[in-house]
Design a protein around this ligand. Structure first.
Ligand code: ADP
Ligand code: MG
Length: 203
């Protein structure tokens, strides 16, 4: 039987600033290697669900949580944000705010540098994930010179280099033209199949 990686049980969340809960009695199980798309109108709470999965709720966005959410079998509230970041990699709609380095290679390496990875191993890991997202030819390029689709792929590489179990996208297609969007979906499908990473997409 497949392993559950995300389990919401009678889960509700109310932002501190809200009177009513934004998420009410969510029951949802997502299994290892699945690709799940969460759809809903603007304001329906999709990004809030993403914040719960990656730990921004309740660590950055405060409020009241009831019920249970397990990530990789562990109760999310008992995990710290660092442990969660090793399990869940989030790719934002507009990844510009996530970038800090100068080149594509440095950007991808950033997650590893935090772990004190040895230099030779780092170079090889960065090359591997850059190849996975078809950005190996751009390792020396400045991040600011890339297209939106390329920046998104660097962002995917930056989380995949940490060998996350869950890849989480909040509206990955919002800033891409249709052809680039189609390419992004094909690439995500391929990564999911190659690595058995669980993919959660919000659209
Ligand atoms: P979606 O991503 O589906 O558009 P969101 O999860 O961003 O929806 O927002 C759902 C609801 O939660 C909205 O009504 C919004 O007002 C409320 N909300 C979102 N972020 C916060 C916050 N930081 N504090 C208080 N309320 C919030
Ligand atoms: Mg949203």
């Amino acid at each position: 039987m497949k392993k559950p990686v995300i389990e919401f049980r009678n889960y509700s969340f109310k932002y501190k600033a809200q009177v009513q809960p934004t998420l009410q009695d969510i029951n949802l199980t997502i299994y290892e290697g699945e690709k799940v798309v969460i759809v809903g109108p603007t304001g329906s709470g999709k990004s809030t669900i993403a914040h719960c999965i990656n730990g921004l709720v309740p660590f950055s966005y405060q409020g009241e949580v009831t019920g249970s959410l397990k990530i990789m079998g562990e109760e999310a509230k008992s995990l710290d944000i660092f442990s969660l970041s090793k399990m869940v990699g989030t790719v934002l709609q507009d990844p510009d705010g996530q970038f800090i380095g100068l080149t594509v290679g440095e950007e991808i390496a950033f997650a590893l540098e935090n772990d004190c990875t040895e230099h030779a191993e780092m170079v090889s890991l960065v090359a591997d994930v850059a190849e996975m997202v078809e950005m190996k030819e751009h390792l020396q390029s400045s991040i600011h010179h890339l297209s939106g689709g390329q920046k998104q792929r660097v962002s995917v590489a930056g989380v995949m280099v940490d060998k996350v179990d869950i890849l989480l996208f909040d509206e990955p297609l919002a800033n891409l033209d249709p052809a680039t969007g189609k390419y992004a979906i094909e690439l995500i499908d391929r990564i999911q199949k190659e690595t058995n990473t669980t993919v959660v997409m919000i659209e």
